[in-house]
Design a protein around this ligand. Structure first.
Ligand code: PRP
Ligand code: URA
Length: 209
């Protein structure tokens, strides 16, 4: 089964409180999500492979380390995942970005796929699927499956907030995928919303509804 990591850095937990607050306005919500995404990117890239190179410093030619192979691919799930991309690119600016468009049917809670566009070399990259919310897990599972169907094998999942139901669903369907969260919340309510959660991430990110 994939590892579950809760990124419990105090600054992440502090900012998450304001992200959850229903009175936080769109501009501040966006900025806070962006900041937390940068900090989580640090944690999720911790195991990137390194190789040895040489560097000529003003003093001597020395051996030093650089990231080995191709840089990661970021795969935001539209819409809300978009709000975490810029924050991650601050730390890994040469990452490529693919997009997977999914929305949840509000009645069935089943994901509906409407767009997939991946970097040409996606199969050679460590991919990070990004979505602020992991609720039933249907959207994340569908996104991960869309990547696997196209030959991708190195996949991680990064979300701000998850329900235990969503974590269990991803771990069952994709036991090879490590999950990184800022918070594992209590449960899903009858409408499939995470409790306590933050409400509808897409609406809060883009000021819709
Ligand atoms: C939200 C969220 C996830 C999904 C999580 O997206 O951003 O993608 O719900 O729910 P699940 O784990 O039960 O699938 P939504 O469907 O509201 O689409 P949007 O981002 O376009 O608003
Ligand atoms: N999608 C959201 O945006 N919020 C939830 O709580 C659940 C799914």
């Amino acid at each position: 089964m994939g590892n579950l990591t809760i990124c419990d850095h105090p600054l992440i937990q502090h900012k998450l409180t304001f992200i959850r607050d229903k009175d936080t306005k769109t501009k501040d919500f966006r900025e806070l999500v962006d900041e937390v995404a940068t900090m989580m990117a640090y944690e999720i890239t911790r195991d990137l492979p390194l190789e040895t190179t040489t560097v000529t410093t003003p003093v001597i030619e020395a051996t030093s380390k650089i990231v080995s192979g191709r840089m990661v691919g970021l795969i935001p799930i539209l819409r809300a995942g978009l709000g975490m991309v810029e924050g991650m690119l601050k730390l890994i600016p040469s990452a490529k970005v693919g997009h997977i468009g999914l929305f949840r049917n509000p009645e069935t809670l089943e994901p509906v796929e409407y767009y997939v566009n991946l970097p040409a070399d996606a199969t050679e990259r460590q991919l990070i699927v990004i979505d602020p919310m992991l609720a039933t897990g249907g959207s994340a599972n569908a996104a991960i499956q869309a990547l696997k169907t196209r030959g991708c094998t190195q996949i991680k999942l990064m979300c701000l907030i998850a329900a235990p139901e969503g974590v269990a669903a991803v771990q069952k369907a994709h036991p090879d995928v490590d999950i990184f969260l800022a918070s594992l919340d209590s449960h899903l309510n009858d409408h499939g919303y995470i409790v306590p959660g933050l409400g509808d991430a897409g609406d809060r990110m883009f000021g819709t509804k």
